[in-house]
Design a protein around this ligand. Structure first.
Ligand code: PMP
Length: 305
């Protein structure tokens, strides 16, 4: 018998299950990787673990700007590693997510909305300032190549193995773009011809970056984690074949259906991607479709459910 004891919670990241969505998409072949089953509660545990491997020696304090999940992942890792941790979030971030970060002993800094109205008070600018003033290391998931690299080296190969290579289309929500870019690149290298399709809220910037279709209005989604006013540098448009947009009410309706019909209590971005798959299904008949559900619905009980 070999001991299965982990040396810390960081070693419990990954190996999340892949589940068929047979009740929501009967007759189709759609599966989702349940990333909310990571110990920090989201897919961002993987990226943070990868980024901390190259933490400069002697670092005692880390800072990150986050829609909440990266903050929780970093706060969890900081607890294990004994680092001081500051997380900046848009003030619209759910109360549960802020409490979750604080519960790990990190400090949360609610910032101006990410709508461009107050760039100096926004969560990116405040994180940069905190890092400079405090001599802290800023992970910067929206710029760092390590974001998509984590998914290229870890999440992508894990999904490919679990699917035994049987994927035709990878559909994925886009926030920083790290997940779709990293997993998408890995999968396409394994199987040329595999199609990668992004899903985002209405009027987010990635559809234009891929298809040159401009947004019809300002970006103003309440679905956390997906969509950006300006494309992030972590997004690799070369990997993505198409992007579809989903209205918030439709995304949240699918989020509730996931809980009630599949028993999958996932966040709004999972509802968004499920809604995107429903839109795409007629043109993907017979294809084997895989996606990831980034986080849990537990963090949005009072906001979406
Ligand atoms: N969903 C949720 C809930 C998230 O927190 C994130 C990360 N912002 C995403 C989706 C998108 O992942 P990525 O940043 O890798 O594009």
């Amino acid at each position: 018998m070999e001991s299965q004891v982990k040396s810390s919670v960081m070693d419990a990241i990954g190996n999340t299950p892949v589940v068929r969505l047979a009740r929501l998409f009967p007759g189709a072949d759609v599966v989702a990787k349940l990333e909310y089953m990571n110990p920090g509660g989201s897919i961002k545990d993987r990226m943070v673990r990868h980024m901390l491997k190259s933490l400069p020696a002697g670092t005692a304090r880390v800072v990150e700007s986050s829609s909440g999940n990266t903050g929780a992942a970093l706060a969890m890792a900081s607890a294990v590693l004994g680092l001081r941790c500051d997380v900046t979030v848009p003030e619209s971030t759910s109360a549960e997510k802020m409490k979750r970060i604080r519960a790990y002993g990190a400090e949360v800094h609610p910032c101006a909305p990410d709508d461009g109205s107050d760039p100096a008070g926004g969560y990116h600018a405040v994180a940069e300032r905190l890092a400079q003033e405090g001599g802290a290391h800023y992970l910067d998931q929206y710029q760092s190549i390590l974001n998509r690299e984590a998914h290229y080296l870890d999440t992508g190969p894990e999904l490919w193995r679990q699917m035994a290579g049987e994927i035709d289309v990878f559909v994925c929500g886009i926030g920083s773009g790290g997940t779709i870019s990293g997993i998408g690149r890995y999968l396409k290298e394994q199987q040329p011809g595999l199609v990668v399709i992004g899903v985002e809220p209405s009027n987010s910037a990635y559809r234009e970056a891929v298809t040159a279709t401009p947004a019809a209005g300002p970006f103003a989604s309440i679905v956390e984690g997906v969509g950006k006013r300006i494309p992030s540098r972590s997004f690799d448009p070369d990997v993505v074949d198409d992007v579809v947009q989903v209205a918030d009410d439709v995304a949240l309706a699918w989020c509730r259906r996931l809980a009630r019909e599949e028993g999958i209590l996932a966040g709004g971005s999972s509802g968004c991607v499920a809604a995107g798959i429903a839109v795409l299904l007629p043109r993907l008949a017979g294809k084997r479709i895989a996606t990831v559900f980034p986080d849990s619905g537990v963090y949005y009980l009072s906001k979406y459910f």
